[in-house]
Design a protein around this ligand. Sequence first.
Ligand SMILES: NC(=O)c1ccc[n+]([C@@H]2O[C@H](COP(=O)([O-])OP(=O)(O)OC[C@H]3O[C@@H](n4cnc5c(N)ncnc54)[C@H](O)[C@@H]3O)[C@@H](O)[C@H]2O)c1
Length: 341
Amino acid sequence: MKRISVKAENKYQVLIGDDHLDAIKRIEKEHNQVLILIPQSLRKFVKLSSSKNAHVLMLPNGEVQKDVKSANRVWRELGKLNFSRQDCIIAIGGGATTDLAGFAAATWLRGIAWYAIPTSLAAMVDASIGGKTGINADSGKNLIGSFHSPKKVIIDLKFLQTLPERDISAGMAEVIKSGFIRDPKILKLLEADVLDFEQIIYRSIKVKSKVVGRDFKESKLREILNYGHTLGHAIEKDSKYRLRHGEAVAIGLVFAAELSQILGGLSKSEVERHRSLLKAFNLPITYPKSKLATLIKIMQADKKVKAGRIRFIGLSRVGKPIWLESVSKADITRAYERIAK
Ligand SMILES: NC(=O)c1ccc[n+]([C@@H]2O[C@H](COP(=O)([O-])OP(=O)(O)OC[C@H]3O[C@@H](n4cnc5c(N)ncnc54)[C@H](O)[C@@H]3O)[C@@H](O)[C@H]2O)c1
């Protein structure tokens, strides 16, 4: 088992290669009551203990669980159980579940303990790390939320065995991003004939936890984690969320690399390396030519825009992020034309 310490508002540990049932039993011993949140479709893959102080609340599957209706169901359950600050929530699921559970924990009694047991690759390397929790509002995704780190993150690698291929690929987009912004060794591990998932996950979490540890509330450095995300979020929205977050980010990564080549001097071969790695995991790398104007409009409304300027994270070379603060429409168009079909 590997361990990583994350420094946030509290210090906490990520355990990689633990068994989730053993972990749940340990957590139950530390708290009076435990409420386990889990999406319906995952229940069959999960082992739960039969202890008297553990309760289970089943959630709908996927992104729909991240709404105020589900949050209200969780709050109602916590009320029924008389949940106090000595009690805790355990989230078992993908990023939608860990986001909702963390948010419920952040808001109940102004903050109780919660534990993340992420079951998707995206949740293991990204959503459960970094303390951002939240739900979607009618007016947009992730608009309601709080910074509230878990007490521990427990990664049971066995969950990857049941995760659909498409979700493995979607998670890989964030792994690839981590490699390009901070840890080129990850790229080598991904280019190897056999994938060492434990090592890939370990190094990706290391990248995120180090960045978050230095800039928890995203005043500057944490923005590097948004590499590929400015256009990625716009594409995700334009696709009406039919594309997975990671799939939209994959296209955004190629765009950010092309923009970096134009404005930051990233070499052509490194841009091509983005394409070949993403393609190797069956991720999309192009988007329709006709969509540019719509995407620019969506990017202009993004929360990352400052004073009307669209900002991007770029690279001057692998491992060296740069802030592209005020990118002209002409440069956006040039880069987009290189990824458009
Ligand atoms: N808080 C953060 O910092 C952060 C960062 C990135 C993403 N997110 C959020 O995470 C969510 C995306 O994460 P996700 O892709 O895990 O979404 P998800 O929770 O919807 O899971 C994707 C699908 O995989 C299924 N699944 C999960 N684990 C499985 C397993 N082991 N076996 C079989 N099926 C399994 C789920 O039931 C679901 O259908 C979004 O809501 C996004 O906003 C949050």
